[in-house]
Design a protein around this ligand. Structure first.
Ligand code: FES
Length: 99
């Protein structure tokens, strides 16, 4: 069993390998979405980029094509950005939401 520490929420949650950061957050009643995007988001399809998080530490798979497209232009400012709905957890992670 793996863990994700959500820095802003000051919570650490257990995660099954292969679960996405978004799925783990929702299952534990945490939101990865800021403001109105809690309602207006693409529900994990990789279309809205409102689930962007910063992976502070931990190993992750390389960004997939969807993430590359959605985060283009933002990565120069913060190269640790990922889409919570696209990252399948395979290591213990420390994550900052609402970035
Ligand atoms: S939920 Fe829309 S891109 Fe992740």
């Amino acid at each position: 069993m793996l863990e994700i520490q959500f820095v802003k929420q000051k919570r650490t949650v257990k995660v099954e390998a292969g679960e996405t950061i978004r799925e783990a957050a929702i299952r534990n009643k945490l939101s990865v979405y800021p403001h109105i995007f809690k309602i207006l988001n693409c529900r994990g399809r990789g279309l809205c980029h409102s689930c962007a998080v910063e992976v502070v530490s931990g190993n992750t798979e390389p960004r997939n094509e969807v993430e590359g497209q959605q985060l283009a232009g933002k990565l120069t400012k913060n190269p640790k950005l990922r889409l919570a709905c696209q990252v399948k957890v395979s290591d213990n992670l420390v994550v900052k939401t609402h970035v």
